[in-house]
Design a protein around this ligand. Structure first.
Ligand code: FAD
Length: 385
């Protein structure tokens, strides 16, 4: 792998930077917490990216993407993070793993319908994988789908579904064969969230927002044409989704750690002259660089093979634990200011980043699960009991 960018990549960087320099300040800051306002803000930004040609950079052109090489996708992410552009928010699942799963495993009809809508910001997706009794042990899921004519009838409960309260579609895992061994009776479906039989109840988290929801399914209907892959072959498709979720979806987050660290150095002010703090900032910065190199490798491998490799587990583990250390340093730098901040201030942002960082070693598979995967699938160690 060649980590240097070509002249064409650097020319693309200039073009991206010029566009972001104008578009980001013109779009303005996110609205205060509120579900529909947040959806409008995030999808409005997605629409601007799309109209300027910066949505689906590596997606096939026939479905509305740009078909650009991985190197330009990486250049875009570097410039995007440095510009302070809006977090992708409610469009994350569609862009980062539902869309890529459809590209890898969906039917042509599914791709033609869904992919352009995701890219234009017309459709928001959520993920219905976890259940109260199926998190790390995801294959233990019990939500049941029974065939009735040319539909599945679905009943059960999902939990922790991010932004499900504003979603149009859900990547949904269901059990279609309760008698088969647990990994063999699962199917991956596309659920229309706007129907009777789907009830969404947002959950409130300690930062005061409702990031995720419980989803209750009671006789919800899914046409057979909304099945991705074969019936009972859903575990294989799930692993494709999880590889995207862990391997490439976090690429933008990794490079954003660099900007977060730069903000902390500025926040430290005179204290940044302290040799101990300088050493700490330098070490964290070097780790961000190392992690970014691993991310570049993951994105480049995914371009070559179509699906990210298990290396994504190492990137996800590194990103989430490093992110927690950076966020904790922010609160240490604030000192007593961390308990009396004004809403909307930089101090509030640092405290919010700290509170939010706790989720990162749980979401998309816990750190313990990533370590198990690294041991078994990268290092080839024997499976644990
Ligand atoms: C912010 C956030 C957003 C999320 N968004 C979504 C979403 O949109 N859609 C969705 O479906 N899910 C989502 N999740 C759920 C997430 O995938 C699960 O929380 C995660 O997989 C862990 O499952 P669990 O919470 O049931 O914990 P458990 O599986 O009960 O784990 C509890 C503890 O036991 C440990 N443990 C369990 N099994 C093992 C093992 N075999 N070896 C070693 N240790 C083990 C875990 O590491 C953990 O520390 C989200 C979670 C968070 C925090």
């Amino acid at each position: 792998m060649d980590l240097r960018y070509s002249d064409a990549d650097e020319a693309f960087r200039k073009e991206v930077r010029a566009w972001l320099d104008e578009a980001v300040p013109a779009y303005g800051p996110p609205p205060p917490p509120g579900d529909m306002a947040r959806r409008a803000y995030d999808t409005g930004w997605q629409r601007r990216l799309h109209d300027a040609g910066y949505a689906g950079l590596n997606w096939p052109t026939e479905y509305g993407g740009r078909g650009l090489p991985a190197s330009q996708q990486l250049v875009f992410l570097e410039e995007y993070a440095a510009s302070g552009a809006p977090y992708v928010g409610v469009t994350f699942v569609g862009n980062a793993h539902a869309g890529p799963t459809l590209i890898a495993e969906g039917s042509d009809e599914q791709r033609r319908y869904h992919l352009p809508r995701i890219l234009r910001g017309d459709a928001v997706w959520c993920q219905g994988f976890s259940e109260p009794g199926a998190g790390s042990d995801l294959a233990a899921l019990r939500t049941r789908a029974v065939r009735s004519g040319d539909e599945y009838v679905v009943s059960g409960q999902k939990i922790w579904s991010t932004r499900a309260q504003v979603a149009d579609w859900c990547e949904l895992l269901v059990r279609t064969d309760p008698d088969a061994p647990k990994h063999r009776g699962i199917t991956w479906l596309i659920l229309d969230m706007h129907q009777r039989g789907v009830e969404v109840r947002p959950l409130r988290t300690m930062d005061g927002e409702s990031h995720f929801c419980e989803v209750f399914l009671d006789g919800a209907r899914v046409p057979l044409s909304n099945r991705v892959g074969e019936e009972n072959d859903g575990w294989r498709v799930t692993n494709v989704t999880l590889r995207f979720e862990r391997g490439t979806a976090f690429a933008g987050h990794v490079i954003t750690l660099r900007s977060q660290l730069r903000r902390l150095a500025a926040l430290a002010g005179d204290a940044a002259d302290d040799p101990g703090l300088l050493r700490q900032l330098g070490r964290l910065d070097a780790r961000v660089d190392g992690l970014w190199r691993m991310t570049q490798r993951c994105v480049t491998e995914a371009e070559a093979t179509g699906v990210p490799s298990p290396l994504g587990s190492a990137v996800k583990l590194g990103y989430s634990e490093l992110g927690q250390e950076i966020a904790a340093l922010g609160v240490r730098l604030l000192g007593r200011r961390a308990i009396g901040w004004d809403p909307g201030s930089e101090d509030a942002r640092v405290v919010h980043d700290y509170l939010w960082s706790f989720q990162s070693t749980i979401a998309a598979g816990t750190s313990q699960i990533q370590r198990n995967l690294i041991a078994e699938r990268i290092l080839g160690m024997p499976r644990g009991r």
